[in-house]
Every structure is written in structure tokens, then in C-alpha cells.
Design a protein around this ligand. Structure first.
Ligand code: HEM
Length: 71
């Protein structure tokens, strides 16, 4: 018994969402626009598509910059 626990990499997820902080704003904006348009659809239960569709272009821009600036 080493006491070591080989846990899976749960650190890359937070509150059900992918790890976003510090990702380049242009990447975040691209992904949000892809969810909004339906080009990206790997979100179980359409969670991100529903969020992104309800966001204006300005809100997507603001959220992308906010997460990019908070590493
Ligand atoms: C209730 C809160 C949220 C839920 C349940 C949720 C759910 C999800 C899910 C299921 C994915 C796909 C994960 C994967 O690729 O394995 C995702 C990705 C993503 N979410 Fe959310 N999300 C939430 C909030 C947010 C917020 C507030 C933002 C604001 C910018 C956001 C931006 C993104 C982005 C940019 C991706 C793509 C990440 C990547 O490709 O690395 N999400 N989210």
C-alpha cells in the first residue's frame, strides 16, 4: 500500500465545463461561435450550444476576453 492514488486527470475540468482560463481569446471565440452555429456538437445535452446560441456577438467577444485574461 503506497498511499498513492493514480487519479484520472480531472484537473482539466471545472464545474462541468472545459478548462477555459488562459486559453487564447481567439480560440474561445471560435469555439463559442462553432457551438452557436452547430458546427461543433460534442457537448452532451447541447449545453454549450444552448448557451452559445443565446449569446450575442458582443457577449461572445466579452466572455472570450474575460476567460483569456484570467489564467
Ligand atoms: C453551466 C455552465 C457550462 C456547462 C455545463 C458547459 C458545458 C460544456 C461542455 C459539455 C463542453 C464540451 C467539453 C469537451 O469538449 O469535452 C464545453 C466546452 C466549452 N465551453 Fe462550456 N459549459 C459551461 C459554461 C461555459 C461558459 C460560461 C463559457 C464561456 C466562455 C464556456 C465556453 C466553452 C468553450 C470555449 C468550450 C470549448 C473548449 C475547448 O474546446 O477546449 N462554457 N462546455
Amino acid at each position: 500500500m503506497s498511499g498513492d492514488l493514480s487519479l484520472p486527470a480531472i484537473g482539466s475540468f471545472k464545474a462541468g465545463a472545459a478548462w477555459l482560463e488562459g486559453q487564447p481569446a481567439v480560440y474561445l471565440r471560435t469555439q463559442l461561435q462553432a457551438f452557436a452555429s452547430g458546427a461543433r456538437r460534442n457537448d452532451i445535452g447541447e449545453q454549450m450550444r444552448n448557451i452559445a446560441r443565446a449569446m450575442t456577438r458582443e457577449e461572445i467577444d466579452a466572455a472570450s476576453r474575460y476567460y483569456a485574461e484570467h489564467p
